[in-house]
Write a protein that binds this ligand. Structure first.
Ligand code: GAL
Length: 427
């Protein structure tokens, strides 16, 4: 009897101590290593990440941030490394991923992400992030999986205003005008009409060409099966891409996106289509002024349409330091973090309480992008993970690589149709 009482007392004591320990652990300030995985290494990329990390370190001096960025525009290399690590059960603490199918069809579908609803609720973010963006990162059960740091625009045409004037050309308003009028005029002056970079930038160019040629409804239909890939209209997007490529530099496969942007800034090429991380590159790395050192317009034929993508970070299952990740994610979504990051990254803040109305912080480029973001029709990017599962985008990158060599538009469209079928996009 006596023994029993002692045993019960001991069990209760152990339980109490255990619970106390748990409470203490929950209140503990984040500490230890925090491995942040992204592809933001080069010009136009790392300044934003560095700004975030610097402030985070001030807030959490006990956390040792490990910046595990893997070089390669649009994450071409980083995603391969990430996949290997996730499969090996060795996830980074937190990683960059695009909102939409890149997140959902892969990591969420595989059950490898932790829901973050408590962080959203604690910070009032359900009312601070746009509903359309929340939809892209929420599953059917209502679980939210990542924290977006920005809204980027894909369909932007870049140029230097004074150079166009000198060469006697205007900003083309359709791809047909570009190939029929702008391109020959520039070739006659020995100027490369459009600079293009490595494979993923060619996919990036194709999506702007496709949007310009097809229009919003047919472009959107590519991602739900309502637009037929082998139709003459879709085949013509590849034909047009080929004509645009004929107006470009021959060494495209050897150029990074920064190299291609630089050719415009230095005046050896007239135009380039790139996402607005190019604005970050022009502003921060090249020190250019908006409307002077660089100008911009919607890619030909896409005026009034904003092709969006969003960079976000999440908490993978099995992360070694979830407490530090939660602190990082709770910071990333704040207006403060978004106002540190976006003015140097070239993107718009995803949190609507950020200071976008402040022209001292967000210059003329951002004001114009914000105007478009809030008034244009919105569509999603293929090249940056929003509209199609990675299984499709990876195959499509190979299709564009093949097309660049053989210029067979019908076969590119037919191969894309097969990939769409095989990756479940026709449902
Ligand atoms: C995109 C990413 C941007 C930018 C770009 C070039 O996929 O969303 O933030 O980094 O690649 O690397």
């Amino acid at each position: 009897m006596k023994l029993n009482r002692i045993m019960v007392f001991t069990v209760v004591l152990v339980l109490l101590l255990g619970l106390g320990g748990l409470a203490a652990a929950q209140e503990e300030a984040p500490s230890g290593d925090l491995e942040i995985f992204s592809w933001w290494t080069g010009g136009g990329e790392e300044a934003g990440l560095n700004a975030l990390i610097a402030r985070f370190k001030e807030l959490y001096p006990e956390v040792n941030v490990i910046n595990a960025a893997v070089a390669g525009g649009s994450g071409v290399n980083a995603r391969a490394v990430l996949t290997t690590r996730m499969l090996a059960g060795d996830p980074p603490d937190t990683f960059q991923v695009h909102a939409g199918e890149e997140l959902n069809a892969l990591w969420v579908a595989a059950g490898l992400m932790e829901p973050l609803n408590d962080i959203y609720e604690a910070n009032g973010w359900m009312d601070q992030f746009p509903d359309g963006l929340l939809d892209l990162i929420t599953d059917e059960a209502g679980n939210i999986y990542v924290v977006p740091v920005n809204i980027h625009r894909s369909n932007v045409l870049w140029y230097v205003p004074a150079n166009l004037e000198e060469w006697g050309v205007t900003v083309p308003t359709s791809w047909q005008e570009f190939v029929d009028v702008t391109c020959p005029a520039l070739l006659a002056k020995d100027v490369t009409p459009i600079s293009i970079g490595e494979n993923w930038t060619q996919v990036h160019l194709w999506e702007s060409v496709a949007l310009g040629v097809l229009g919003v409804e047919a472009y959107n239909g590519l991602w739900d099966g309502s637009t037929v890939w082998t139709s003459p209209e879709v085949v013509s997007t590849f034909e047009m891409l080929g004509k645009v490529m004929d107006c470009a530099n021959d060494d495209m496969n050897a150029l990074s996106w920064q190299d291609a942007s630089q050719r415009v800034a230095e005046g050896s090429a007239a135009f380039n289509v790139m996402g607005d991380w190019a604005a970050g590159y022009f502003l921060v790395d090249l020190g250019l002024e908006p409307n002077v050192g660089f100008g911009w317009a919607a890619a030909p034929g896409t005026d009034g349409v904003f092709m969006m993508l969003s960079d976000s970070f999440g908490l993978p299952l099995g992360a070694k330091n979830p407490t530090a990740v939660r602190a990082w994610l709770s910071f990333l979504g704040t207006a403060e973090a978004q106002d540190l990051f976006n003015p140097v990254k070239g993107s718009l803040p995803a949190n609507t309480t950020a200071d976008i109305g402040n022209p001292e912080l967000y210059n003329a480029y951002f004001q114009s992008a914000y105007e478009d973001w809030t008034t244009n029709e919105i569509v999603g990017s293929l090249a940056h993970g929003l509209v199609a599962p990675p299984a499709f985008s990876n195959t499509f990158a190979g299709i564009i690589a093949g097309f660049q060599g053989d210029r067979d538009a019908a076969s590119a469209a037919a191969n894309a149709a097969v990939a769409a079928l095989q990756t479940g996009m026709m449902r």
